[in-house]
Ligand binder design. Sequence first.
Ligand SMILES: Nc1ncnc2c1ncn2[C@@H]1O[C@H](COP(=O)(O)OP(=O)(O)OP(=O)(O)O)[C@@H](O)[C@H]1O
Ligand SMILES: [Mg+2]
Length: 255
Amino acid sequence: MTGQLMVKAEGVHKSYGPAHILRGIDLEVRSGEVFCLVGPSGSGKSTFLRCINHLERIDGGRLSVDGELVGYRQKGDKLYELKDSEVAAQRRDIGMVFQRFNLFPHMTALANVMEAPVQVKGESKAVARERAERLLDRVGLGDKMGNYPSQLSGGQQQRVAIARALAMEPKLMLFDEPTSALDPELVGDVLDVMRDLAESGMTMIVVTHEMGFAREVGDSLVFMDGGVVVESGHPREVLGNPQHDRTKAFLSKVL
Ligand SMILES: Nc1ncnc2c1ncn2[C@@H]1O[C@H](COP(=O)(O)OP(=O)(O)OP(=O)(O)O)[C@@H](O)[C@H]1O
Ligand SMILES: [Mg+2]
């Protein structure tokens, strides 16, 4: 991977009250990379994604996306907090897909995908619709555009959620266990969409327990535990030849 730096975390700390969750995260994600984040429950994976996406503010360290500090502007050696409107502009470039799909229940698949470009970017409905149709086609739902979420399977809803995130033309996509709420037979279609996205060159950070996906599609893998990076490397190296006892213990449970 020789792309530009897309995400750089240096000593990132985050606490919730007295609970010190992220305890100095250092990592780098390059443009075009599929970066897999694995670790036990409670290790801080979702918290870290939420920091990248401005849903949480970090308490220490530095975090930048595409060369810009998340939530701050640096002048000389001083940091200034960005205004809400500036934060919103930064967040617009980052797509996020959650375990639960969070589609708007009263809108069709097509309307769900058109919503943000029209409402947030002020795009014309015609342009938004054209793109939404193309994206729904791409995720294999060309024949379900008029369905409401309740008329779609979990896997189909998740693919709509991916199309919805892509409609904002993000430069970075964050996936937080996108398949873990799905019935096993629906997981494959969602992973296929993610694989297709990876092949198209999208930069992706993927929290997942799907080690097969990580091994085949991932360019790097980080194992996190207790709010720190324990081990990182190429997925095949880390999964095939883990160096740390905590990594070995975790992998013996999920592989
Ligand atoms: N808003 C919050 N307020 C207080 N504590 C929180 C909050 N969000 C998360 N935590 C705590 O932070 C810790 C890390 O949570 P996080 O959701 O980041 O873990 P995770 O690695 O994503 O776990 P999982 O694999 O179960 O999703 C947990 O102990 C959790 O209880
Ligand atoms: Mg989580």
